[in-house]
Design a protein around this ligand. Structure first.
Ligand code: SAM
Length: 282
């Protein structure tokens, strides 16, 4: 550790309600030389509210390499820097992750100053098991990558947590239904804000609720883990190939997708499954 260099303080900020800022974060934001923020305009409002005049600089996904190097140099020259994201804990699904990696590899002390995070807040309020969980951040945008990930997660027994953008809520719910079936889900919207909403139900009920218009706000999905991961194989063996195919077709998979999936799960060739699927309607 370089004892002459400045420090990087990871300062968590509110995810909505400004009263959720901690006393320690406020003190550090006042004391550091510079605050590096994902969106300086956004953070300026927070600083104005708490009458903090520390200089601000931007650090976001489009300048993270160049700016990251500059911030490291500043810390090596003895400056203390606080990193904040738009909301929540920097480093969780935002570019802060890379600055932490870079700073720690340069021997700069990285000091956590904890506080809110949408991930933990949603999980805690979900009503689903919290003892063991998997956080997946945002689902991939590309259909193929999404498909691959959801297939990998299908047998996961731990509770699953995802971040989601409002315009993709409906599509993601459809994809979750296809891959996970009609599991329990908690959708935490606008946490700690005026229009906070905690929806608890199953995926089909969620689809009914959120499919009409593009919903507004920020979302976290908390999805029940697979309750029968080990028995899944024996469950398939109790079904005929046709019944097995119908499960996926009824969930919304195309015939081609259902054939590929059933073939994989039963260790059959696609040809063998195709012969059974031939008379089935999508
Ligand atoms: N680092 C942040 C944290 O610790 O929560 C998360 C950053 S990530 C770029 C932003 C995502 O977090 C949003 O798209 C949304 O999924 C989730 N999020 C942030 N604030 C939220 C809120 N008030 N209610 C629900 N979800 C929120």
């Amino acid at each position: 550790m370089d004892t002459n260099s400045g420090k990087l303080f990871l300062c968590a900020t509110p995810i909505g309600n400004l009263e959720d800022i901690t006393l320690r974060v406020l003190r550090i934001l006042k004391e550091v030389d510079v605050i590096a923020a994902e969106d300086t305009k956004h953070t300026k409002k927070l600083l104005n509210h708490f009458k903090i005049n520390t200089p601000l600089t931007s650090y976001h996904r489009y300048n993270k390499e160049k700016k990251g190097r500059k911030l490291i140099e500043m810390m090596q020259k003895g400056k203390n820097i606080a990193l904040v994201s738009d909301a929540g804990t920097p480093g969780i699904s935002d570019p802060g992750e890379e600055l932490v990696k870079h700073a720690s590899s340069e021997g700069i002390a990285v000091i956590p100053v904890p506080g809110p995070s949408a991930l933990v807040t949603a999980l805690a309020v979900s009503g689903l098991p919290t003892k063991k969980f998997v956080f997946e951040g945002f689902l991939p945008r590309k259909a193929k990558e999404r498909e691959k990930l959801l297939q990998e997660l299908e047998g996961e027994g731990r509770t699953l947590v995802f971040y989601e953008a409002p315009h993709r809520v409906k599509k993601s719910l459809e994809d979750l239904r296809k891959h996970m079936g009609n599991r329990k889900i908690c959708i935490a919207r606008e946490l700690t804000k005026q229009h906070e909403e905690i929806f608890r139900g199953n995926i089909e009920e969620a689809l009914e609720k959120f499919q009409k218009n593009t919903p507004l706000g920020e979302f976290v999905f908390v999805v029940e883990g697979n309750q029968n991961p080990r028995n899944q194989k024996s469950i398939w063996n109790e079904l005929t190939v046709k019944e097995h195919l119908l499960i996926y077709i009824n969930r919304g998979l195309s015939k081609k997708q259902a054939i590929a999936r059933v073939a994989r799960e039963r260790n059959l060739s696609k040809r063998e499954v195709y012969d059974v699927a031939i008379d089935l309607k999508e």
